[in-house]
Design a protein around this ligand. Structure first.
Ligand SMILES: [Zn+2]
Ligand SMILES: [Zn+2]
Length: 362
């Protein structure tokens, strides 16, 4: 091979605030079912920033984050099914699983007991077992073809990148809880990176969307994204939500402050409605059983999605280009500046790094 694997590596908690260093790294051993991907674009997801900042504990030296990867296949193993040289593929938050258990064979690989996440996560099988994975803030990615999903032709590869983690994270529960079919009226709580994609995708699925966000500053954007209604919340949540009681069939919560008043949001649900969180909230949820019983309500959660979920979402957005995420592109060489701006909450609504050295366009 004529290329070297290089990436923007973190060593300590300064990694999220300008301390990433561009350096060569050793990828996993190339297995028969692997591909190498020349990285063109990679989205910045909230968990990249959290991990690099050490919020989940100290990072190992040389951590390369990034898990919304789009690139071109440049090497194909003899057992890498379904891919050929030159294919443009996307890789999300999960990079491997056992491929043998009931969840893997049932197309729900995200529930495998031995998942490998796309960065800083040990491989569970093959010659690289125990070695940590490396993510997409890099020149190349190497991993099993099973987790590299071809992009439909015509889909903008830069704008598609955030679909691979953030997008599928909200698509999977929207599908599972029947957004646009048995549950028509969908509320999206929070309008950050995930929330803006939830509005776009729920609309594309045929739902009527209500955006719920603090204050009124994002109302204009919410309506442009496709929300038909907007609920502005302020100091008194119960009072702000009261006029909208029993109006929604499903609420997807994308927020992750230390504490969320789930009981207040349950009041928005119509009978048999569901409140589903994709935001990891530290404080335990607290609510009474009565509303659940009398309304037949449910409370759930969801984490990323399977390769099939990603495939479905990419096809959905290819058919509904108005549902492409709103992205702002940065040259990947300016990743340290981009991370600092990301930390200030600047994205409207997702930053995507373009690896111009590999031919990506700004
Ligand atoms: Zn993510
Ligand atoms: Zn498995």
């Amino acid at each position: 091979m004529t290329y070297e694997f290089k990436g923007w590596a973190g060593y300590d908690k300064e990694a999220a605030t300008g301390g990433l260093k561009y350096e060569a790294f050793e990828p996993k051993v190339f297995e028969d079912d692997d591909v190498d991907v020349k990285i063109l674009y990679c989205g910045i997801c909230g968990s990249d920033a959290s991990v690099l900042a050490g919020e989940f504990g100290p990072i190992e030296a040389g951590r390369i984050a990034g898990h919304e990867i789009v690139g071109e296949v440049v090497r194909v193993g003899p057992k890498a099914e379904g891919l050929k040289l030159g294919d443009v593929v996307g890789i999300g938050a999960q990079s491997d699983s056992c491929l043998a258990c009931e969840f893997c064979t049932g197309h729900k690989e995200q529930y495998c007991a031995t998942p490998t996440f796309t960065f800083g996560s040990p491989y569970a099988r093959g010659a690289s077992a125990g070695q940590n994975s490396k993510g997409g803030f890099a020149s190349h990615w190497r991993g099993p073809a099973h987790f590299a999903i071809p992009l439909p032709s015509g889909l903008d590869p830069a704008a598609a990148a955030p679909l691979l983690c953030g997008g599928v994270t909200v698509y999977t529960p929207l599908k599972r809880w029947g957004a646009g079919s048995e549950r028509k009226r969908v509320g999206v709580l929070g309008l950050g990176g995930l929330g803006h994609m939830a509005v776009l995708i729920a609309r594309a699925m045929g739902a009527e969307v209500t955006a719920i966000s603090r204050g009124t500053s994002k109302e204009g954007d919410a309506r442009k994204l496709g929300a038909g209604s907007y609920i502005a919340t302020g100091a008194d949540l119960a009072q702000d939500l009261a006029p909208h009681a029993r109006t929604l069939d499903l609420v997807i919560s994308t927020i992750n402050p230390p504490k969320v008043d789930v009981a207040a949001y349950l009041g928005l649900l119509r009978p048999e409605g569901a409140f589903v969180t994709v935001g990891a909230v530290i404080e335990p949820f607290s609510f009474h059983s009565f509303p659940l019983i009398t309304g037949g309500l449910s409370v759930g959660g969801s984490n990323t999605g399977s390769p099939d979920d990603i495939r479905e979402l990419l096809a959905l957005v290819a058919a509904h280009p108005e549902a492409l995420p709103w992205v702002q592109k940065w040259d990947m060489g300016q990743i340290n500046e981009a991370m600092v701006e990301f930390g200030k909450g600047a994205p409207r609504y997702r930053f995507v790094l373009a690896n111009t050295g590999n031919g990506a366009r700004l």
